[in-house]
Write a new protein. Sequence first.
Length: 97
Amino acid sequence: MTASFGRMVGKRRAFYPVVVGIILYTLLVGADASVMRAAIMGLLVALANYLNRRSLAIVSLFAAGLVMTALNPLTLWDVGFQLSFLATLSLSCLPRR
């Protein structure tokens, strides 16, 4: 989303609408653990693009997991979070062709 919106209005200007869009969408669908994980990962990717840094899905995944468990340690026992985390981890570990 950042890349396509960034082409229209520029990388720097695209950051804030993308962040607002991610936050609004998270609130719209309900802030379940899996949605929060995805939102944090999306915000980290948007921030990396804003700072002209490379982002890796696995780093964003573990950073999101760390933030979520630091804020609420009971998140570790949420089945939605566990399944979402493991599915994202397995997809990011697949070899690319």
